[in-house]
Design a protein around this ligand. Structure first.
Ligand code: NAP
Length: 265
């Protein structure tokens, strides 16, 4: 069996972990990227291997050019050029600061990790995918599954929801929406589909510090589906697009937010 290969950034914890484990259960080979928490990434690798998938952990800071190159090179060396890139790694601001006071250091950090990282990682991964397509076509035996790569970026409802106490996060996430449109337009002729998944309020370490606030908002009806989202909710959307269930769609935005985006009267 030819296993498909996925590179999932920031998959030692939270949403990325949910995506990596779901792909592992579908027998993908998964690169589990992380920034600093090696123990968490090791746990994800073990969990994927115990469910019949293959996985390897690779430390790389997506905000650094040399790390992005090393992450792709290691992916290709261990498993091969990826069928799927999931741009998931991201951080919240260290403090939620009013936009009238928020500092440049936080802005630079959020833009570098949450926007510049995926923007330029996508650039080099797309190039590797483009180079792989003719090679696979030539090598594939008749009837073999196509190499039809895809790229999924995990943005946020913050791409369009103004939170003036974390403007840096919102601006970075809004940038990811345009990034998706740009790569979708550029890569369609290459045979690569590009999607944006917009999670709403998802229970992870990132939302731990604001859990009580969101508990109350959800109970009060902020989301038509009155519950927290889970990493698995997001993972299911990734499986749908990576599994080829949306073959005539690219640049598509998939809301995984319990209906938060609906306007109601
Ligand atoms: P999380 O639980 O804090 O996990 C973040 C993951 O990203 C960790 O694996 C972390 O690695 C990794 N990471 C952080 N900085 C990195 C860097 N510079 N390079 C590589 N990896 C890095 O966060 P999460 O809630 O799962 O969020 C995942 C993504 O979903 C983010 O892009 C976030 O903005 C987005 N999102 C989250 C929510 C939500 O409600 N939770 C909603 C919408 C969108 P270490 O383990 O090594 O630290």
């Amino acid at each position: 069996m030819t296993r498909k290969i996925a590179l999932v950034t920031g998959s030692g914890r939270g949403i990325g972990r949910g995506i990596a484990e779901a792909l592992g259960r579908e027998k993908w080979s998964v690169v589990v990227n992380y920034a600093g928490n090696a123990a968490a990434a090791r746990e994800v690798v073990e969990s994927i291997e115990s469910s019949g998938g293959k996985a390897t952990a690779v430390q790389a800071d997506v905000s650094l050019s040399a790390d992005r190159r090393r992450l792709l090179d290691q992916t290709c060396r261990v498993f091969g050029p990826p069928d799927l890139l999931v741009n998931n790694a991201g951080v919240a601001p260290g403090v939620r600061a009013d936009i009238l006071q928020a500092d440049e250091a936080s802005f630079d950090r959020l833009i570098n990790i949450n926007l510049k990282g995926p923007y330029f990682l996508t650039q080099i991964v797309a190039a590797a995918m483009i180079a792989e397509i003719p090679r696979r076509k030539a090598a594939a035996p008749a009837g073999a599954a196509d190499y039809s790569p895809s790229i999924v970026t995990i943005s946020s409802i913050s791409a369009y929801t103004a939170s003036p106490n974390r403007g840096d996060y919102c601006v970075a996430k809004a940038g990811l929406s345009m990034m998706t449109a740009l790569y979708a337009a550029r890569l369609a002729d290459e045979g690569i589909r590009v999607y944006e998944i917009r999670p709403g309020i998802i229970q992870t370490d990132m939302t731990g510090p604001v859990k009580e606030k969101y508990d109350a908002l959800i109970a009060g009806g902020l989301t038509p589906i009155r519950r927290w989202g889970t990493p698995d909710d997001v993972a299911r959307a990734v499986l749908a697009v990576a599994g080829g269930l949306l073959p005539f769609s690219t640049g598509e935005v998939i809301n995984v937010d319990g209906g938060f985006h609906l306007r109601q009267l």
